[in-house]
Design a protein around this ligand. Sequence first.
Ligand code: CP
Ligand code: NVA
Length: 309
Amino acid sequence: MTTLKHYLQFTDLTADEYAYLFERAALIKKKFKAYEKHHPLVDRTLAMIFEKASTRTRVSFEAGMYQLGGSVVHLTTGDSQLGRAEPIEDSAKVISRMTDLVMIRTYEQAKIERFAANSRVPVINGLTNEYHPCQILADIFTYIEHRGSIQGKTVAWVGDGNNMANTWLQAASLLGFKVHVSTPRGYEVDEKLAAGAHGINAESYQFFSNPMEACRGADLVTTDVWTSMGYEAENEARKKAFADWCVDTEMMAAAQPDALFMHCLPAHRGEEVEADVIDGPQSVVWDEAENRMHVQKALMEYLLLGRIA
Ligand code: CP
Ligand code: NVA
């Protein structure tokens, strides 16, 4: 029996645990590509709770859990008592008595923390307003696959100071790289939020008012939608404020010649990124999306079984 471990923020795991997960994900991916069976989670069930839309998160967790030999239960606000005001604490107590692992995509981080506090099984953050740790796990694995260690490298974040930006800051502090952040005025990263439960090192990030300056010399340039889920009412104001925060070929030219481009997807060509960049030779967005599945398989296996020698 391993101790109960949740994955609610990127800083919930140590650098050493990430080193293990990246190695494990590479092995799991290799087996998947070779059609080799890998069934460590036979008879285990993953509950997936979605209070926001998803394509990648749903497919990667669902396909991933089946590939590990387990099964899944899919719940949404609309088709469960979650949408009819059953307290999240009660839902957590019930769902975690019947399943082995829970993945939640919701609004406030506080909600997933309340769920975890009442859960008998590990809980994974599948995106909240504040953080998106599974995505950054996939992004760093993708960087490593293409370029080797991310330690000492520079990531340029161009766009909203959102859940992705917060999580990049957590990852940089923990894994020893730098993030250059450029956001429009009024959409800055909230440093307290980014610091989260375990704190982050202020020397691992730097703010730039000019997105081109943030990209200068970067090893990876990355961005995200101007309007995240839950903020749709601000769409028009955001379109105006973010007009200069479109990753274009000039920004990519300011980065290192071998810089990669990433985007967690879904993307809006002509808004946060030019088609020539996301569909261009430096973009690794399809590997990034696929890798969600491989890293999350490693994560689920780790949370349930611990390290496998
Ligand atoms: N990147 C990501 O989390 O995508 P989905 O919203 O499609 O799950
Ligand atoms: N920041 C985006 C990411 C979507 C995967 C959102 O929260 O909607």
